[in-house]
Design a protein around this ligand. Sequence first.
Ligand code: ATP
Ligand code: FE
Length: 337
Amino acid sequence: MILSIESSCDDSSLAITEIATKKVLFHKKISQEAEHACYGGVVPELASRLHAVTLPKLLEETKPYFDKLKAVAVTNQPGLGVTLLEGIAMAKTIASLQKIPLIAVHHLKGHIYSLFIEKETTLPLLVLLISGGHTQIIRVESFERMEILATSMDDSVGESYDKVAKMMGLGYPGGPIIESLALNGDEDRFDLPVPLRNSKLIAFSLSGLKNAVRLEIEKLGGIEGMSKQDKCDLSASFQKALKLHLVQKSKKIFKSETIKDFAIVGGASANKYIREAYQNLCNEFDKTLHVAPLQYCSDNAAMIGRFALEAYQKKQFIDPYEIDVVVTKKQQAGMLL
Ligand code: ATP
Ligand code: FE
Protein backbone atom coordinates (compact mmCIF):
# COMPACT_ATOMS: atom_id res chain seq x y z
CA MET A 1 0.00 0.00 0.00
CA ILE A 2 1.01 3.60 -0.56
CA LEU A 3 0.33 6.41 1.89
CA SER A 4 -0.12 9.74 0.08
CA ILE A 5 -0.10 13.22 1.54
CA GLU A 6 -1.41 16.48 0.06
CA SER A 7 -0.90 19.90 1.67
CA SER A 8 -0.06 22.24 -1.22
CA CYS A 9 -2.69 24.84 -0.34
CA ASP A 10 -5.66 24.84 2.04
CA ASP A 11 -6.63 21.16 2.10
CA SER A 12 -4.98 18.60 4.38
CA SER A 13 -5.55 15.21 2.84
CA LEU A 14 -4.27 11.65 3.29
CA ALA A 15 -5.00 8.52 1.28
CA ILE A 16 -4.07 4.86 1.29
CA THR A 17 -3.97 3.20 -2.12
CA GLU A 18 -3.59 -0.53 -2.63
CA ILE A 19 -0.83 -1.23 -5.14
CA ALA A 20 -2.16 -4.49 -6.58
CA THR A 21 -5.76 -3.34 -7.15
CA LYS A 22 -5.15 0.45 -7.50
CA LYS A 23 -8.09 0.88 -5.11
CA VAL A 24 -8.36 3.76 -2.66
CA LEU A 25 -8.77 2.07 0.73
CA PHE A 26 -8.76 5.25 2.79
CA HIS A 27 -9.22 8.85 1.79
CA LYS A 28 -9.92 11.84 3.98
CA LYS A 29 -9.54 15.56 3.64
CA ILE A 30 -9.92 18.43 6.04
CA SER A 31 -10.55 21.67 4.22
CA GLN A 32 -9.64 25.06 5.66
CA GLU A 33 -12.10 26.98 3.50
CA ALA A 34 -14.09 28.26 6.49
CA GLU A 35 -10.95 29.58 8.22
CA HIS A 36 -9.80 31.51 5.13
CA ALA A 37 -13.25 32.70 3.99
CA CYS A 38 -13.14 36.00 5.88
CA TYR A 39 -9.88 36.93 4.08
CA GLY A 40 -11.28 36.19 0.59
CA GLY A 41 -8.30 33.93 -0.15
CA VAL A 42 -5.74 31.65 1.45
CA VAL A 43 -3.44 33.14 4.12
CA PRO A 44 -0.24 31.03 3.84
CA GLU A 45 0.93 31.17 7.46
CA LEU A 46 -2.53 30.37 8.82
CA ALA A 47 -2.79 27.50 6.32
CA SER A 48 0.54 26.13 7.46
CA ARG A 49 -0.42 26.19 11.13
CA LEU A 50 -3.73 24.48 10.40
CA HIS A 51 -1.94 21.70 8.46
CA ALA A 52 0.33 21.20 11.47
CA VAL A 53 -2.77 20.40 13.52
CA THR A 54 -4.81 18.40 11.00
CA LEU A 55 -2.18 16.26 9.22
CA PRO A 56 -1.19 14.32 12.40
CA LYS A 57 -4.89 13.81 13.19
CA LEU A 58 -5.44 12.27 9.78
CA LEU A 59 -2.28 10.20 10.12
CA GLU A 60 -3.64 8.70 13.32
CA GLU A 61 -6.56 7.31 11.29
CA THR A 62 -4.25 5.52 8.85
CA LYS A 63 -2.57 3.51 11.67
CA PRO A 64 -4.32 0.21 10.75
CA TYR A 65 -2.51 0.25 7.39
CA PHE A 66 0.93 1.15 8.69
CA ASP A 67 2.58 -2.26 8.72
CA LYS A 68 1.52 -2.81 5.09
CA LEU A 69 3.01 0.39 3.71
CA LYS A 70 5.39 -0.07 0.79
CA ALA A 71 5.96 3.66 0.07
CA VAL A 72 4.95 7.16 1.10
CA ALA A 73 4.16 9.89 -1.44
CA VAL A 74 3.89 13.62 -0.94
CA THR A 75 3.20 16.70 -3.05
CA ASN A 76 6.37 18.83 -3.25
CA GLN A 77 5.35 21.28 -6.01
CA PRO A 78 3.74 23.59 -7.04
CA GLY A 79 2.05 25.25 -4.09
CA LEU A 80 2.66 27.39 -1.05
CA GLY A 81 6.15 26.72 0.35
CA VAL A 82 5.06 26.85 3.97
CA THR A 83 2.17 24.43 3.50
CA LEU A 84 4.06 22.00 1.25
CA LEU A 85 6.70 21.76 3.97
CA GLU A 86 4.17 20.45 6.50
CA GLY A 87 3.36 17.46 4.30
CA ILE A 88 7.00 16.92 3.34
CA ALA A 89 8.17 16.94 6.96
CA MET A 90 5.63 14.25 7.81
CA ALA A 91 6.37 12.17 4.72
CA LYS A 92 10.15 12.15 5.13
CA THR A 93 9.85 11.24 8.80
CA ILE A 94 7.61 8.28 7.99
CA ALA A 95 9.85 7.16 5.12
CA SER A 96 12.96 7.24 7.34
CA LEU A 97 11.36 5.56 10.35
CA GLN A 98 9.55 2.86 8.40
CA LYS A 99 12.48 2.44 5.99
CA ILE A 100 10.23 2.67 2.94
CA PRO A 101 10.77 4.63 -0.29
CA LEU A 102 9.64 8.23 -0.64
CA ILE A 103 7.93 9.56 -3.78
CA ALA A 104 7.76 13.27 -4.63
CA VAL A 105 4.63 14.16 -6.62
CA HIS A 106 3.97 17.15 -8.86
CA HIS A 107 0.54 18.43 -7.77
CA LEU A 108 -0.65 19.23 -11.31
CA LYS A 109 0.27 15.74 -12.53
CA GLY A 110 -1.74 14.52 -9.55
CA HIS A 111 -4.75 16.50 -10.86
CA ILE A 112 -4.28 14.78 -14.24
CA TYR A 113 -4.16 11.35 -12.59
CA SER A 114 -7.40 12.12 -10.70
CA LEU A 115 -8.99 10.87 -13.93
CA PHE A 116 -7.68 7.37 -13.31
CA ILE A 117 -8.60 6.85 -9.67
CA GLU A 118 -11.82 5.09 -10.57
CA LYS A 119 -11.13 3.98 -14.13
CA GLU A 120 -8.26 2.70 -16.22
CA THR A 121 -5.72 4.93 -17.91
CA THR A 122 -6.32 5.93 -21.52
CA LEU A 123 -3.35 7.82 -22.92
CA PRO A 124 -2.65 9.91 -24.94
CA LEU A 125 -5.01 12.56 -23.68
CA LEU A 126 -5.56 16.26 -24.18
CA VAL A 127 -6.19 17.86 -20.80
CA LEU A 128 -7.62 21.21 -19.76
CA LEU A 129 -6.43 21.91 -16.23
CA ILE A 130 -8.50 24.62 -14.54
CA SER A 131 -7.61 25.07 -10.89
CA GLY A 132 -6.97 27.70 -8.26
CA GLY A 133 -3.48 28.49 -9.53
CA HIS A 134 -3.37 27.24 -13.12
CA THR A 135 -5.10 27.27 -16.48
CA GLN A 136 -3.38 25.04 -19.01
CA ILE A 137 -4.03 22.78 -21.94
CA ILE A 138 -1.63 19.87 -21.75
CA ARG A 139 -0.88 17.07 -24.20
CA VAL A 140 -0.33 14.01 -22.06
CA GLU A 141 1.46 11.41 -24.17
CA SER A 142 2.54 9.20 -21.30
CA PHE A 143 3.50 9.26 -17.63
CA GLU A 144 6.83 10.86 -18.60
CA ARG A 145 5.82 12.98 -21.55
CA MET A 146 3.53 15.91 -20.93
CA GLU A 147 3.63 19.13 -22.94
CA ILE A 148 1.91 22.41 -22.10
CA LEU A 149 0.19 23.72 -25.25
CA ALA A 150 -1.48 26.81 -23.76
CA THR A 151 -1.34 28.57 -20.44
CA SER A 152 -2.77 31.65 -18.72
CA MET A 153 -0.81 34.86 -19.03
CA ASP A 154 -2.25 36.16 -15.76
CA ASP A 155 -5.05 34.91 -13.47
CA SER A 156 -6.19 31.30 -13.49
CA VAL A 157 -9.80 30.19 -13.93
CA GLY A 158 -10.35 29.31 -10.26
CA GLU A 159 -8.60 32.48 -9.16
CA SER A 160 -10.86 34.60 -11.38
CA TYR A 161 -13.97 33.00 -9.84
CA ASP A 162 -12.53 33.65 -6.38
CA LYS A 163 -11.68 37.28 -7.15
CA VAL A 164 -15.03 38.04 -8.77
CA ALA A 165 -16.80 36.52 -5.76
CA LYS A 166 -14.63 38.58 -3.42
CA MET A 167 -15.46 41.80 -5.32
CA MET A 168 -19.17 41.04 -4.87
CA GLY A 169 -18.66 40.19 -1.17
CA LEU A 170 -19.74 36.58 -1.69
CA GLY A 171 -17.07 34.64 0.24
CA TYR A 172 -14.49 31.98 -0.57
CA PRO A 173 -14.08 29.80 -2.57
CA GLY A 174 -15.90 31.73 -5.27
CA GLY A 175 -16.35 29.00 -7.87
CA PRO A 176 -19.32 27.11 -6.43
CA ILE A 177 -20.97 30.37 -5.24
CA ILE A 178 -20.76 32.10 -8.64
CA GLU A 179 -21.88 28.92 -10.40
CA SER A 180 -25.00 28.62 -8.27
CA LEU A 181 -25.91 32.36 -8.45
CA ALA A 182 -25.49 32.21 -12.23
CA LEU A 183 -28.24 29.58 -12.42
CA ASN A 184 -30.75 32.34 -11.58
CA GLY A 185 -29.07 35.05 -13.64
CA ASP A 186 -29.41 36.53 -17.12
CA GLU A 187 -26.08 35.85 -18.85
CA ASP A 188 -26.84 38.43 -21.56
CA ARG A 189 -27.48 41.38 -19.25
CA PHE A 190 -23.86 42.56 -19.02
CA ASP A 191 -21.84 42.74 -22.20
CA LEU A 192 -18.46 41.65 -20.80
CA PRO A 193 -15.47 41.36 -23.13
CA VAL A 194 -14.41 37.87 -24.20
CA PRO A 195 -10.64 37.91 -23.54
CA LEU A 196 -8.26 37.73 -26.52
CA ARG A 197 -11.26 37.38 -28.83
CA ASN A 198 -9.53 38.94 -31.82
CA SER A 199 -6.08 37.62 -31.03
CA LYS A 200 -4.43 34.68 -32.76
CA LEU A 201 -2.63 33.84 -29.51
CA ILE A 202 -3.29 30.38 -28.16
CA ALA A 203 -3.22 31.40 -24.53
CA PHE A 204 -5.59 32.40 -21.75
CA SER A 205 -5.99 35.73 -19.99
CA LEU A 206 -8.53 36.51 -17.31
CA SER A 207 -7.41 39.68 -15.58
CA GLY A 208 -9.11 41.94 -18.16
CA LEU A 209 -12.42 40.15 -17.67
CA LYS A 210 -12.05 40.47 -13.91
CA ASN A 211 -11.47 44.19 -14.34
CA ALA A 212 -14.55 44.52 -16.55
CA VAL A 213 -16.59 42.89 -13.76
CA ARG A 214 -15.11 45.39 -11.30
CA LEU A 215 -16.21 48.30 -13.49
CA GLU A 216 -19.78 46.94 -13.70
CA ILE A 217 -19.86 46.63 -9.90
CA GLU A 218 -18.76 50.26 -9.61
CA LYS A 219 -21.46 51.37 -12.08
CA LEU A 220 -24.06 49.62 -9.91
CA GLY A 221 -22.86 51.59 -6.87
CA GLY A 222 -20.57 48.97 -5.35
CA ILE A 223 -21.63 45.90 -3.36
CA GLU A 224 -24.12 47.99 -1.35
CA GLY A 225 -25.83 49.17 -4.50
CA MET A 226 -26.26 45.67 -5.90
CA SER A 227 -29.45 43.66 -5.56
CA LYS A 228 -29.43 39.85 -5.34
CA GLN A 229 -30.58 39.80 -8.97
CA ASP A 230 -27.70 42.07 -10.04
CA LYS A 231 -25.25 39.59 -8.47
CA CYS A 232 -26.92 36.65 -10.21
CA ASP A 233 -26.89 38.44 -13.58
CA LEU A 234 -23.26 39.54 -13.22
CA SER A 235 -22.20 36.02 -12.17
CA ALA A 236 -23.95 34.56 -15.22
CA SER A 237 -22.49 37.16 -17.59
CA PHE A 238 -18.99 36.58 -16.16
CA GLN A 239 -19.31 32.81 -16.59
CA LYS A 240 -20.52 33.24 -20.15
CA ALA A 241 -17.55 35.41 -21.18
CA LEU A 242 -15.15 33.03 -19.41
CA LYS A 243 -16.70 30.01 -21.13
CA LEU A 244 -16.56 31.66 -24.57
CA HIS A 245 -12.88 32.45 -23.99
CA LEU A 246 -11.96 28.92 -22.88
CA VAL A 247 -13.90 27.31 -25.71
CA GLN A 248 -12.57 29.68 -28.39
CA LYS A 249 -8.95 28.99 -27.47
CA SER A 250 -9.51 25.25 -26.97
CA LYS A 251 -11.10 25.11 -30.41
CA LYS A 252 -7.87 26.36 -31.97
CA ILE A 253 -6.02 23.47 -30.36
CA PHE A 254 -8.73 20.94 -31.22
CA LYS A 255 -8.30 21.86 -34.89
CA SER A 256 -4.68 20.71 -34.93
CA GLU A 257 -4.66 17.89 -32.35
CA THR A 258 -5.76 14.47 -33.48
CA ILE A 259 -5.93 12.94 -29.98
CA LYS A 260 -9.50 11.70 -29.53
CA ASP A 261 -9.71 11.79 -25.74
CA PHE A 262 -10.11 15.10 -23.94
CA ALA A 263 -10.36 15.70 -20.20
CA ILE A 264 -11.00 18.56 -17.80
CA VAL A 265 -9.35 18.40 -14.37
CA GLY A 266 -8.74 20.69 -11.37
CA GLY A 267 -11.08 22.35 -8.90
CA ALA A 268 -13.01 24.36 -11.50
CA SER A 269 -13.68 21.22 -13.55
CA ALA A 270 -16.50 20.56 -11.07
CA ASN A 271 -18.38 23.40 -12.79
CA LYS A 272 -21.38 21.99 -14.67
CA TYR A 273 -21.73 25.00 -16.98
CA ILE A 274 -18.12 24.61 -18.15
CA ARG A 275 -18.48 20.83 -18.43
CA GLU A 276 -21.55 21.27 -20.61
CA ALA A 277 -19.73 23.70 -22.92
CA TYR A 278 -16.90 21.20 -23.36
CA GLN A 279 -19.31 18.34 -23.92
CA ASN A 280 -20.73 20.33 -26.84
CA LEU A 281 -17.24 21.14 -28.16
CA CYS A 282 -16.20 17.49 -27.92
CA ASN A 283 -19.36 16.45 -29.79
CA GLU A 284 -18.49 18.93 -32.54
CA PHE A 285 -14.95 17.54 -32.88
CA ASP A 286 -15.87 13.92 -32.31
CA LYS A 287 -13.82 13.69 -29.13
CA THR A 288 -14.67 11.84 -25.92
CA LEU A 289 -14.90 13.97 -22.77
CA HIS A 290 -13.48 12.63 -19.50
CA VAL A 291 -13.89 14.15 -16.06
CA ALA A 292 -12.86 12.99 -12.60
CA PRO A 293 -15.46 12.08 -9.97
CA LEU A 294 -16.60 15.31 -8.24
CA GLN A 295 -14.88 14.47 -4.94
CA TYR A 296 -11.53 14.25 -6.74
CA CYS A 297 -11.75 17.52 -8.74
CA SER A 298 -10.40 19.79 -6.00
CA ASP A 299 -7.24 18.96 -4.05
CA ASN A 300 -7.08 15.50 -2.55
CA ALA A 301 -4.49 12.88 -1.60
CA ALA A 302 -6.13 10.10 -3.65
CA MET A 303 -4.90 11.71 -6.88
CA ILE A 304 -1.41 12.02 -5.39
CA GLY A 305 -1.59 8.33 -4.50
CA ARG A 306 -2.76 7.42 -8.01
CA PHE A 307 0.17 9.21 -9.61
CA ALA A 308 2.50 7.68 -7.01
CA LEU A 309 1.38 4.19 -8.05
CA GLU A 310 2.88 4.80 -11.49
CA ALA A 311 6.05 6.30 -9.99
CA TYR A 312 6.33 3.29 -7.65
CA GLN A 313 6.21 0.83 -10.56
CA LYS A 314 8.98 2.86 -12.24
CA LYS A 315 10.94 3.06 -8.97
CA GLN A 316 11.08 6.85 -9.11
CA PHE A 317 12.06 7.45 -5.50
CA ILE A 318 13.69 10.38 -3.74
CA ASP A 319 16.08 10.43 -0.80
CA PRO A 320 14.25 11.68 2.34
CA TYR A 321 17.27 13.86 3.06
CA GLU A 322 17.17 15.37 -0.44
CA ILE A 323 13.47 16.17 -0.91
CA ASP A 324 12.58 19.84 -0.91
CA VAL A 325 9.73 22.08 -1.96
CA VAL A 326 9.88 23.54 -5.45
CA VAL A 327 8.13 26.92 -5.53
CA THR A 328 8.18 29.98 -7.74
CA LYS A 329 9.16 33.39 -6.40
CA LYS A 330 5.52 34.48 -6.57
CA GLN A 331 4.43 31.50 -4.48
CA GLN A 332 7.27 32.06 -2.05
CA ALA A 333 5.96 35.54 -1.41
CA GLY A 334 2.55 34.04 -0.61
CA MET A 335 0.93 35.64 -3.65
CA LEU A 336 -0.76 32.50 -4.94
CA LEU A 337 -4.27 33.87 -4.53
P1 ATP B 1 -3.48 24.46 -8.18
O1 ATP B 1 -4.03 23.09 -8.34
O2 ATP B 1 -3.39 25.21 -9.45
O3 ATP B 1 -2.23 24.47 -7.39
P2 ATP B 1 -5.44 24.77 -6.11
O4 ATP B 1 -4.94 23.44 -5.71
O5 ATP B 1 -5.56 25.82 -5.10
O6 ATP B 1 -4.54 25.31 -7.31
P3 ATP B 1 -7.88 23.40 -6.78
O7 ATP B 1 -8.10 22.86 -5.41
O8 ATP B 1 -7.64 22.44 -7.85
O9 ATP B 1 -6.84 24.60 -6.82
O10 ATP B 1 -9.18 24.21 -7.16
C1 ATP B 1 -9.67 25.23 -6.32
C2 ATP B 1 -10.29 26.27 -7.20
O11 ATP B 1 -11.41 25.68 -7.88
C3 ATP B 1 -10.81 27.48 -6.46
O12 ATP B 1 -10.33 28.62 -7.09
C4 ATP B 1 -12.32 27.36 -6.59
O13 ATP B 1 -13.01 28.60 -6.64
C5 ATP B 1 -12.45 26.62 -7.90
N1 ATP B 1 -13.73 25.92 -8.00
C6 ATP B 1 -14.22 24.96 -7.18
N2 ATP B 1 -15.47 24.60 -7.55
C7 ATP B 1 -15.77 25.36 -8.64
C8 ATP B 1 -16.91 25.49 -9.48
N3 ATP B 1 -18.00 24.77 -9.27
N4 ATP B 1 -16.85 26.40 -10.50
C9 ATP B 1 -15.73 27.13 -10.71
N5 ATP B 1 -14.65 27.07 -9.94
C10 ATP B 1 -14.65 26.19 -8.93
FE1 FE C 1 -4.89 21.81 -6.96
